[in-house]
Design a protein. Sequence first.
Length: 217
Amino acid sequence: MQKCRTGLIACICLAAFALSTGCVSKKIYAEDLEQRDQRVAGVESAVEANERRISELGDETDQKIASVKDTAEKAVEIGSTAMTQAKAAQQTAEKAAKGRLLWTVTLSDDAVRFSFDQASIPPEAAREINSLVAKAKSLDRAVYFEIEGHTDNIGSEEYNFQLGEKRALAVRDYISKQGIPLHALNTISFGESQPIADNSTPEGRSQNRRVVIRVLE
């Protein structure tokens, strides 16, 4: 009888140990599972963050490309506009001047050349213009003046177009003050588009800064 009790107690102890061991294993498994879920969540968050950054970088790149493209298109548009205006002015001059060419004077000699980035008329250039106007008045008949402004290639195309126009207008205004009516004076700016010398040298650029005056019947 004593032996039976002892065996029963032993069985109960073994069963209790087995149950307790099972609970501990389940607890450890649950903790491992929770840690794994946390690691997975952390990896997923990192992946999502990388995806967002990649998307942001893509958007920034697209914006930069669009900005560069827009700038390039504007530059082309400005250049095209300048050339269109020059051609339109030239056509107007050709239509107005139906007679023959009488004289051409180019204000580009060392003494009369326009200084860099300047539109004012040098004194030597003024003397050349005075002589040309006197010859035109001596004909005692209507004549027509075509005045072209030219520049070197330093600066943008649009800026040089405007500078060439300023030079041509300065000469026009000076001629007008000598008694030639404004309706007989036409100005054209070619900017940097028609160089007569190499723009890669200071001497060449100096020659390209000029005003050409044509007198026609």
